[in-house]
Design a protein around this ligand. Structure first.
Ligand SMILES: [Zn+2]
Length: 199
């Protein structure tokens, strides 16, 4: 467990809130949907000052398709850096392209794409820039050191945030196209005692 293992397969959305009038109202749905980390670089809320650091990213840029500005399936959870670097470019879909099979992070912090689309997305997002590489190498070393010297610290770094959103309390104006996702929220898992200690 190093914090940089990409999802096991293509992401299937579990939530489908409809009808919000501002992007910010989707935030808690997206936090839960994407496990409180950036879909592009896997930076976690637990590793950063969450306030201001995580953005809501339009996969299809608003400039290209304003009709999808408030469409849940067009929204991603991303760190500030990835959001800025992606900007209004059309890119391969990280939910399809960035999987554990297609992307590997080395101990040096370098990220390797094993498919053409993964390599293209890594290139566009500049995920092998010195800043990103250093960030990953430092986190990998901190986690490895903590695993030996301070396992509680390691668990804390790899834990879910404490403020898990209770999505059942939210009432999107247009309803929820995937209501069964509520049972799968991390909030519900924790209440049922089924939330893994780390991920
Ligand atoms: Zn990122």
């Amino acid at each position: 467990m190093d914090g940089y293992t990409y999802p096991g397969g293509k992401h299937r959305r579990k939530h489908g809130p409809l009808g919000y009038r501002s992007v910010g109202e989707f935030r808690d749905w997206l936090r839960d949907e994407f496990a409180f980390r950036c879909v592009y670089c896997l930076e976690r809320e637990q590793w950063a000052n969450c306030l201001g650091h995580f953005h809501i990213e339009h996969f299809e840029p608003v400039a290209m398709n304003p009709d999808r500005e408030l469409e849940y399936d067009n929204l991603l959870y991303s760190c500030q850096a990835c959001n800025l670097l992606k900007g209004s470019q059309a890119v391969p879909d990280p939910l399809t392209v960035f999987t554990a099979v297609a992307v590997v992070v080395q101990k040096t912090g370098r990220i390797l794409g094993k498919t053409a689309d993964a390599r293209r997305l890594i290139e566009i997002l500049q995920l092998n820039s010195p800043g990103f590489r250093k960030r990953r190498r430092l986190m990998i070393e901190i986690l490895a050191t903590a695993a030996k010297a301070n396992p509680a610290l390691c668990r804390e770094l790899l834990a879910f945030p404490e403020d898990l959103p209770d999505l059942a309390r939210l009432k999107p104006p247009g309803g929820n196209t995937r209501p069964s996702g509520i049972k799968k929220t991390y909030f519900v898992l924790r209440r049922a005692g089924r939330l893994p200690e780390t991920y």
